[in-house]
Design a binder for this molecule. Structure first.
Ligand SMILES: NC(=O)c1ccc[n+]([C@@H]2O[C@H](COP(=O)([O-])OP(=O)(O)OC[C@H]3O[C@@H](n4cnc5c(N)ncnc54)[C@H](O)[C@@H]3O)[C@@H](O)[C@H]2O)c1
Length: 397
């Protein structure tokens, strides 16, 4: 039998976070990559990477080779991307050409917070990206998959949103994504023979790995709807009612519409994008210029309203959410639904898992880890979160 290709080293920034941990798991399922993770643990717990390793190890076949086992171990660095010396020290360990590519996920991501502390956001999301690219350049590491966001479109003129839509982010957070995409595109234009990069514009990732071992564990009160509902059902936030911001939007039930996709489908998109940076890839063949740079939407192309989400979570959790309509929130856009066809056609991307599966996996994670990674499970007793009885099928965790 021919010996397998050696593992390719891939650096994942923000590897300990929600999306990062699922992306690392997905890379490990291929047994083709050796993952290096950089995270400063600003919004993550180191336990997440131990759990990812555990899932990958458990999935190995009985006849796994030494190399297969090596692919399940993560080289982990607690390191801040805004500190060039710390990042350079990581690259120095592997030497010139020692890292095949980078998936750059780390960022601050709260839209509201970014309007209050914009400089912090520009430093963490834009300066850090610039430093990372400079250091990659120095070490002949010239392939990047970049975590962008649907927020780059601001209020889009056309729904579903194609990638050709003009970029016009409203918040400082969204602007950091537009700026980082622009820097990447300019770099790929300047050095088309060396650099290749793909930006992935995520819509709304949700759910968790079905094992319930890894999932979203935001520090403080969740900013996103699904984790907030999960925290309400599990008793981690004490809100008696969900506040629904506006029901007079031009959408079927008047509440805002978003495009949710399962975090594991999103993670698979990263694997497809990484593979598309290989020399034999054809995804850049139809680029309008020499630059090997493109951006893809990663979504399902199906809009779901706030009230539909509440209903899906009620079914998954058995918890009877009460809600009240309050006024519209500044900056909210009525509908953000992706046109996902380009990623389907060129990367082979699909997001088959439906909303029910996302809610089921989220609730499985939340009930198994009511307090996230932070507390020993069972140490605190949140209010009766097993609101379903055993008779109607709830698992006690
Ligand atoms: N979750 C979403 O709904 C969503 C939607 C669109 C885009 N995104 C983008 O996806 C990426 C990941 O999002 P997530 O939901 O996994 O968030 P997350 O906060 O769970 O993960 C981000 C990780 O980056 C780390 N990090 C932040 N700044 C760092 C720095 N300076 N140095 C090292 N590590 C740092 C954090 O500790 C965290 O582990 C972000 O770029 C975000 O903008 C997320």
């Amino acid at each position: 039998m021919p010996s397998p290709e050696p593992l390719k080293r891939v650096l994942v920034t923000g590897g300990a976070g929600y999306i990062g941990s699922h992306v690392i798991y997905t890379l490990q399922t291929t047994r083709r990559y050796k993952v290096i993770s950089i995270d400063n643990l600003h919004n993550a717990h180191p336990k997440s990477l131990d759990r990812v390793e555990q899932i990958a190890r458990d999935a190995l076949p009985a006849d796994a080779s030494e190399q297969d086992r090596d692919s399940t171990k993560i080289d982990t660095y607690t390191c801040d991307l805004t500190k060039r010396d710390e990042v350079r020290a990581v690259f120095e360990k592997y030497g010139k050409g020692g890292i095949w590519g980078v998936i750059h996920i780390a960022a601050y991501k709260a839209v509201g917070e970014s309007t209050q502390i914009p400089l912090t956001y520009y430093e963490n999301n834009v300066s850090a990206t610039l430093y990372l690219l400079q250091i990659m350049n120095e070490f002949d590491c010239t392939r990047m998959v970049y975590s962008s966001s649907a927020t780059v479109y601001g209020t889009p003129p056309v729904i579903p949103i194609p990638e050709s839509t003009r970029l016009k982010a409203d918040s400082p957070y969204g602007k950091t994504k537009v700026m980082s995409e622009t820097i990447l595109e300019d770099l790929c234009s300047a050095e088309p023979q060396r650099w290749r990069a793909l930006s992935l514009r995520y819509f709304n990732p949700a759910g968790a790995h079905p094992s319930g071992l890894i999932g979203e564990d935001p520090r403080g009160r969740p900013g996103n709807l699904l984790p907030l509902l999960a925290h309400m059902a599990v008793g981690r936030v004490q809100d008696s009612k969900l506040r629904v911001f506006g029901n007079d939007y031009p959408t079927p039930d008047g509440t805002c519409v978003r495009d949710y996709l399962h975090v594991l489908d999103l993670a698979k998109g990263h694997l497809l994008a990484l593979d598309a940076l290989a020399p034999a890839s054809t995804v850049f063949d139809n680029c309008p210029t020499d630059a090997r740079y493109k951006a893809y939407n990663l979504g399902r192309g199906q809009g779901v309203s706030v009230l539909q989400i509440v209903d899906a979570m009620r079914k998954a959790t058995g918890y009877n959410f009460e809600w009240e309509v309050v006024g519209r929130r500044r900056g909210d856009v009525p509908d953000l639904t992706a046109d996902p066809l380009l990623a389907q056609k060129e990367l082979g991307f699909t997001a088959p898992q439906d909303l029910e599966t996302m809610c089921r996996d989220l609730w499985n994670w939340q009930t198994k880890n009511p307090w996230g990674y932070g507390e020993p499970s069972g140490a605190l007793a949140p209010r009766e979160y097993n609101v379903k009885t055993e008779a109607n099928g709830a698992a006690k965790s």
